[in-house]
Design a binder for this molecule. Structure first.
Ligand SMILES: [Fe+2]
Ligand SMILES: [Fe+2]
Length: 197
């Protein structure tokens, strides 16, 4: 039995991010399926919410509550991944929970998220032109993707978040090379957690 179990673990090791507490698959197609499944099924528990409430300042906790449950769960997964890697930097952990808060007002549906992934991958040089915050739903979904880092940073600044949390949120989809040196180590880890969550 032990041999079978060891064999299975060895087989799956290459398929799963070994350091991710939610065991996200590495393979891009499997990862998308896993992510869609998590979007529909994963919700923070009472225990999770109590821990997050104890961690966030009251005004940022209010912002967290404004996020749809699927976005809360994504923030929670990023937070847990950072914690699992031993991150104790409060700014990074706050950004983990709240970096996608700018998506709150768009309330994307699963089919819109899926379409966005396909359009961004399929038309990397065109999709930004199609984004319209006041357009039909598929164009709104692209606008959410394009604008949420900036909008989230504005919301966080208005709610008194520390400047570094605002910066990490504003630039969480910006290439690392374009960022100031002092932000790069934290952003590298935040991006890694975001990719796996
Ligand atoms: Fe994002
Ligand atoms: Fe994210």
């Amino acid at each position: 039995m032990r041999v079978v179990s060891a064999g299975l673990q060895a087989f799956f090791r290459g398929w799963i991010h070994p350091d991710n507490p939610y065991r996200a698959p590495r393979h891009p197609v499997l990862y998308r399926i896993w992510q869609a499944f998590m979007t529909v099924t994963h919700r923070p528990t009472e225990e999770d919410l109590a821990q997050i409430r104890a961690f966030l300042p009251p005004r940022l906790w209010d912002l967290f509550l404004q996020m749809p449950p699927a976005e809360q769960a994504h923030g929670l997964r990023v937070w847990r991944a950072l914690q699992a890697w031993g991150v104790q930097d409060r700014d990074m952990l706050m950004a983990g929970l709240l970096h996608d808060v700018g998506k709150s007002r768009f309330r994307l549906r699963l089919w819109e998220r899926t379409l966005v992934v396909l359009l961004v991958k399929g038309f990397p040089h065109r999709w930004k032109e199609w984004a319209r915050a006041n357009g039909p739903r598929w164009r709104r979904a692209l606008a959410a993707t394009l604008e949420h880092p900036h909008q989230g940073a504005e919301m966080l600044a208005r709610h008194g978040a520390p400047p570094r949390v605002v910066m990490l949120t504003r630039y969480h989809h910006t290439p690392i090379e374009a960022l100031p040196e002092d932000l790069r180590p934290a952003m590298t880890l935040l991006k890694k957690a975001d990719r796996q969550a």
